[in-house]
Design a protein around this ligand. Structure first.
Ligand code: ADP
Length: 261
């Protein structure tokens, strides 16, 4: 049988020879337990935040429909309320899709072999995808490529990073301003710098913007719709390919995101 007896214990398990080693072992186990505890706590917090994030638009949707059913309305009133309900449903769908994406980034279901794409071409594609919102805010894009060689990046992850950061640059820009995109080589790697002339981020908010569901409570930010998941997705994607994201911002003047591949 496989029973451990006093006699075979020493040969079966490499027991530490002295107390110091035993102490190291036990403090190592404690650290591991602490990390598991912390991860579980983060998980609990995430579930509670996600439920809250979905409950708010659901209650508002319910309220709207209850008011509609209570008495006869004009055709315009019906149309108005139904349009509002549809936009709430769209927001919830977007949040659910982003939550699924975050879960996928955490799991092993991510692509192992991410195909490579030229960074400038990827940025062109993302700008094209957002051209309607760029035009409707009358924004200009100043895109400069100073790479001295072809820079290939993993398509799936680089797209998630840049799409979210460029989308934010557009969303938080003031109308009729310019978004500057600069590509250049640095000692740390290939850098993509994205600068907007938008509302900026409060210094005390900067450490939090990559957290799940974080949205600045600055008044200017509250008028812009979002769910606080875009930058968590960008950060998780960057972690997956050892890229880094750093931020500089000036409240009222604008922000710059540096992505180093
Ligand atoms: P959201 O959906 O709210 O935009 P993100 O995770 O993309 O979520 O961003 C988190 C928060 O960081 C935003 O709510 C906003 O307060 C701030 N933020 C991100 N990018 C910018 C930017 N370019 N300019 C100003 N604030 C920004």
């Amino acid at each position: 049988t496989n029973r451990i007896t006093k006699n075979n214990l020493n040969e079966r398990v490499d027991l530490p020879a002295n107390h110091d080693e035993l102490y190291d072992l036990s403090s190592g186990i404690n650290k591991l337990l602490q990390r598991i505890e912390n991860a579980l706590e983060r998980e609990r917090q995430f579930t509670s935040d996600a439920s809250h994030e979905l409950r708010t638009p659901l209650s508002s949707l319910r309220g709207t429909l209850e008011v509609l059913i209570r008495k006869q309305r004009t055709r315009e009133e019906y149309e108005d309320k139904i349009k509002y309900s549809l936009s709430e449903i769209d927001k919830m769908t977007e949040t659910i899709e982003q939550l699924l994406l975050l879960a996928r980034l955490d799991s092993s279901r991510k692509p192992d072999k991410d195909e490579g794409v030229l960074l400038p071409a990827l940025i062109d594609d993302i700008l094209l995808k957002h051209s309607t919102s760029i035009e409707s805010k009358k924004l200009s894009v100043d895109f400069k490529n100073a790479f001295t060689s072809n820079v290939l990046v993993p398509k799936y992850y680089a797209n998630l990073i840049l799409d979210n950061i460029i989308n934010n640059a557009i969303k938080y820009s003031k109308n009729k301003t310019t978004i500057h995109i600069n590509l250049y080589d640095s000692e740390a790697g290939s850098v993509c710098e994205i600068t907007d002339e938008g509302i900026g981020i409060k210094t005390e908010d900067i450490p939090n913007i990559f957290n799940h569901f974080f949205r600045s409570d600055a008044l200017e930010h509250k008028e812009i719709t979002g769910n606080g998941l875009g930058l968590s997705i960008a950060q998780k994607s960057a972690d997956s390919i050892n890229a880094s994201i750093t931020v500089k911002s000036n409240m009222g003047k604008g922000s710059t995101f540096f992505i180093t591949f």
